[in-house]
Structures are given as C-alpha cells and as structure tokens.
Design a protein around this ligand. Sequence first.
Ligand code: 3HC
Length: 284
Amino acid sequence: MAIERVGVIGGGLMGSGIAEVCGRVGSDVVVHEINAETAEAALGRIHKSLARAVERQKLDEAGRDEILGRISVSTDLAEQTDRQLVIEAATENEDLKKQLFRDLDEILTDDNAILASNTSSIPITRLGAVTKRPESVVGLHFFNPVPVMALVELVTTVKTSDSVSAEARAYAESLGKTVIAAKDRAGFIVNMLLVPYMLAAVRMYEAGVASAEDIDTGMKLGANHPMGPLELTDFVGLDTTKFVADVLFDEFKEPFYASPPLLTRMVEAGLLGRKSGEGFYKYG
Ligand code: 3HC
C-alpha cells in the first residue's frame, strides 16, 4: 500500500515539522489541532519554515505553494477518517494520547491504516493496547528540528506486525530520513544515551566545575557536537528533558537518569529554555 494520505495530530514544534516533511514528498496532509488559535499557529510555523527554505534558495516560491497546497489544518478529528497513516504528535500526556488513539481507531475507515506516535517517553505498547488494531501501532520518533534532522526511530511493540513495521519504515525513508529500529523501552536508542549526557552536564554545572559556556564550548570543539549539552537542553526544553529523564528513571531506576536538583528547580521556576526566553542562557 502506498501511503498518500497522512494525518498529523498536533501542530506544535514537532507536529508542524512532521507535516512539512510529509507535504514536501507529495503526501496529502491533514493536521489536527484543538482550536482555531492553535491551528493558525501551526500553519504559521509551517509557513515560517518554508519561507526560510525559500530565503536560503533551497525551494522556489512555486514549490513552496505546492507544499502548502497539500497541507491543511483542521480542528475536527473526523477529517482524519480517510487517512492511511496518522502520526500523533500531541502533548506528552498519556491519558490524552490514549484518548486520541481510541478515537482514531474508531474513526479510521481503512482497517489497514497505521497509527503512529512521535512520543519520546510513553510506551507505544500502552497506546496500542487501547485500540482494536495493536498490530498496526508503531512509534515514529522524529528529532527537532524535524526538517533538518536526518533520523527517525521506528519503535515496534510485541504486537506490531512485520508488514506494518516495514510500511512505516518505508514511509519514513521516503521522507529522506535514515531509520533505526528499537524495541519499546523508555528512551528507545537516542534519548537513552543523550538524556543522561545532558543530565551529567547539568550536574557538572551545578557542582561549579565550569561555566555553562565552557561546558558547551568543550563539547562543541572537543567532540564536534553542533550544540553543547546545556545549549541543547535549552533547545529541547528543560521541562521536556526532565520529563524524559523521569520516565527513564521510572523504568530503569538508575541514578544517572535522576533529574539533578538544579534542573528540577529551574523547571519549577519556569526557566524552560528557549521557549520561555531563559534557561541556562537568556534569549532575546
Ligand atoms: N526548520 C527548518 N530548517 C532549519 C531549522 C528549522 N527549525 N533550523 C535550522 N534549519 C536549517 C537551516 O535552514 C540551515 O539549512 P542550510 O544549511 O541547508 O541552509 C541548517 O538547518 C543550519 O541552520 P543554521 O545555520 O541556522 O544554524 P546551525 O548551523 O546552528 O544549526 C541546528 C542549527 C540544525 C539546530 C544545529 O545546531 C543542530 O543540529 N543542533 C542539535 C539538534 C539536536 O541535537 N536535536 C535533537 C534534539 S533531541 C530530540 O529532538 C528528541 C526529543 O525526544 C527530546
């Protein structure tokens, strides 16, 4: 089955990026948002990202308009009925995601439609378990910024069928992404390695070993990372980092997954990184 009609649930940072990359390869995309205001914001993010591509002469105006013509945003979940693949990228809230999976399972007319989640922390098995099609449920975990980052993690559960796994992989590859496969364990592959590294940097900063700038410069120039670990924590969001750390700690009970007190306090103080204007650094 060639996947032509895709749904994306949630048009936030990740959802809008996913919608853009799907639209770029010719898929018809319907993004679901909760109200008119968030729908407009989602469309705004997609416009902005494509405008950036036009500005950098990566895309011409006609190409941009074609992509935009393939993407629509709706606040009515019923618009997802005819989708062959739905990628859920809603807030990291298990009850919310379960309800969405139940509703989507009910309304999707194609019995072979695939339900995917971009969650970085909630077990895919639990989302599949609330549907009548657990064999068609996978994780497709994208990375921020989605149009730039070349990776997708494909997460399969004990129930996912081989054919669904193959179709989901083929679709992610058609987006130009390299796909790596992981079992349904907290953190999959990348966050299981990346998050304890970010937490270690917070601990180092908290212990006063070095300044934030020197920790980041150390890893940028000493290990050739595009961003240092504290800059990356600001980029990902301190709340999201703590959330993923908590899930990892809950699953494995290893001390290196425990959120350092400084990270917890900063989240409590609303210092969430780039999105709030301040984290380890201040943003204009
Ligand atoms: N949308 C579209 N394109 C973007 C973009 C965006 N939001 N941000 C950057 N780009 C493009 C630029 O257009 C540019 O393209 P070009 O080279 O083809 O012209 C290219 O990316 C580089 O951008 P800039 O020159 O503006 O900036 P940098 O060179 O500093 O790169 C960066 C920015 C790509 C964000 C780079 O710093 C980077 O790779 N950082 C690390 C990102 C990372 O590790 N992400 C993973 C986070 S973990 C995660 O997502 C998992 C979750 O579960 C927590």
